[in-house]
Ligand binder design. Structure first.
Ligand code: BLA
Length: 516
């Protein structure tokens, strides 16, 4: 196993996984620098493909050391690489007749990197995995993904499609929550590995730097967890090569231990990105034995991941737009009443259902001009005033929203049954005045894939971090939380605030005009 920095103060997130100094053994890696593409790094054993041995080949131009009918042809491809992205440079063979798939890219630290992935005999359904053969199936998947009625159905189709193409034993659609915990939304499996559908995993299972890496590079494969890492030798001393975009990059030993604990000798994942490039989730595949899907099959999975991401984004946008349209109607009615009422509160409360409906709340309150009016299920007036004063004390927030007030305001557990969830907008720039909406506690159970309080196990080797050992479902009862406030509800509350401030301002101006 490659020696990793053994500093006990280095947490999971500090491990520099983008420059491990080694690769997985299913190929060779060469790095070149400068205009002449002089060899600057080579993985151990890469001499098998070079016209000169190491270290003689170091510093020599690519054109001189990549020889033979197929390897020589790669040089033009390397010269023409774009700034970003991997380029498939085709199939090639070394002198011994071993076949490779060649992939080139420019690394963030300015090297031209050539990866030669050992070609595998395609087994199972992916034996047919060329674009020509698979194109009808991909087209079909595209169409079906567009017709899915629910997100779960859409995710299930994506999982089944990826499994059909790759033959992995288990394919999961894994979605990140707001706090980066993850939930298995859909699953398709052969039955050889345990089912994880519906389980939740803590954020620490995929630390922040790994998530950033997966935003930058959407594909990864661990073909055999028990591999021996192959060192990358540099021509001279220097910072380690940046392997952010390299497919052969050796993976974190902590994660390899995690995979062994999970009983998954092979793992492949594809990033699902949001429109803004942030990680939405992963398509995560496992096999009960080592498995190296072909480059073509993996690229098709990458494409499926992208199609899936576009469909997810479209669904989310449509749902949001529909909800906004519905809430705008309510906003319009509330506004019309406020415009004719003597007091804003009077206008807001004329039809309590409209005020409650704006945020799908079970209770609401208007705190303004010393008055406090309550509708629906709310805490007592004294408690509502206390909540208002506490929010005012937090400073100049236009909108405040929480689904777990009890975790923020001491003593709020006492009224969890009416106000675990609070959404509030301030409606005066001068006085602490608010419209507040309340939601009751919804006691729920979360099924975790193993006890999340033990992301790291007691350590037999204290100098190394270890992932937890058990992934047996572990049920937690969650109290003190309401249903979450949606983006459309929060936006509607913000709009209402703007309208109220407009009405107040106009009224003040009118009074001033009368007085003048
Ligand atoms: C990476 N952790 C990962 C990856 C996954 C998970 C999918 C991406 C690599 C891959 O595709 O295998 C986690 N795998 C899961 C989860 C499920 C799954 C949640 O199947 C659920 C079904 N992991 C820990 C702890 C640490 C840790 C305590 O549990 C840190 C000390 C680290 N996980 C860790 C690291 C990586 C990782 C460093 C990056 C591996 C790499 O790309 O080098």
């Amino acid at each position: 196993e490659a020696a990793q920095p053994a500093d006990p103060t280095i947490g999971c997130e500090r491990e520099p996984i983008h420059h491990p100094g080694s690769i997985q053994p299913h190929g060779h890696l060469l790095a070149f620098e400068g205009k002449a593409l002089r060899l600057s790094h080579a993985s151990a054993g890469a001499a098998a493909i070079l016209a000169a041995g190491l270290p003689t080949a170091f510093g020599q131009p690519a054109a001189r050391i990549l020889h033979g009918p197929t390897l020589g042809a790669l040089v033009d491809g390397l010269r023409g690489l774009p700034e970003l992205g991997q380029v498939q440079l085709g199939r090639c063979q070394d002198a011994a007749g071993q076949a490779y798939q060649a992939i080139g890219h420019r690394s963030p630290d300015g090297h031209v990197i050539l990866e030669l992935e050992t070609e595998v005999e395609a087994v199972g359904p992916q034996g047919e995995a060329t674009l020509e053969v698979l194109y009808p199936g991909i087209r079909d998947a595209f169409t079906r993904l567009g017709r899915a009625a629910t997100l779960e159905e859409l995710a299930g189709m994506a999982a089944a499609t990826v499994r059909r193409i790759t033959g992995f034993d288990r394919v999961l659609i894994y979605r990140f929550e707001e706090n980066w915990d993850g939930v298995v939304l859909a699953e398709d499996g052969s039955g050889r590995l345990p089912a994880y559908l519906g389980l939740r995993f803590p954020a620490s299972d995929i630390p922040a730097q790994a998530r950033r890496l997966y935003e930058a590079n959407p594909q990864r494969l661990i073909a055999d967890v028990d591999y021996t890492p192959v060192s990358i030798h540099p021509a001279r001393e220097g910072p380690p090569l940046d392997l952010t975009q390299a497919g052969l990059r050796s993976v974190s030993p902590v994660h390899r231990e995690y995979m062994r604990n999970m009983g998954t000798p092979a793992s492949m994942s594809v990033s699902v990105l949001r429109g803004d490039g942030r990680l939405w989730g992963l398509i995560s595949c496992h096999h009960a034995e080592p498995r190296q899907p072909t480059v073509a099959a993996r690229n098709i999975c990458d494409l499926i991941g992208q199609i899936f991401a576009v469909r997810v984004a479209a669904r989310e946008e449509t749902a949001h737009a529909e909800a906004r349209a519905r809430l705008r109607e309510l906003e319009g009615r509330l506004l019309a009443r406020m415009a004719t009422a003597t007091h804003i509160a009077e206008g807001l409360l004329a039809d309590p259902d409209d005020l409650l409906g704006l945020a799908s709340a079970s209770g609401a309150a208007v705190l303004a001009d010393q008055g406090c009016t309550l509708v629906g299920r709310t805490p007592t007036e004294a408690e509502v005033r206390r909540i208002g004063a506490w929010i005012a004390g937090r400073g100049q927030e236009e909108v405040f929203a929480t689904a777990a007030l009890g975790t923020m305001l001491p003593g709020a557990e006492a009224f969890a049954d009416t106000a675990s969830g609070v959404l509030a907008v301030s409606i005066s720039r001068l006085h602490p005045s608010f419209v507040l909406w309340f939601r009751p506690e919804v006691v729920s159970t979360v099924q975790w894939g193993g006890d999340p309080r033990k992301p790291q196990q007691p350590q037999p080797q204290p100098e190394r971090l270890h992932p937890r050992r058990s992934f047996a479902a572990w049920v937690e009862t969650v109290r003190g939380r309401s249903a979450a406030w949606t983006r459309s509800e929060i936006e509607a509350a913000r709009d209402l605030r703007g309208a109220i401030l407009g009405v107040v301002l106009r009224a003040a101006e009118e009074r001033a005009a009368l007085a003048g």
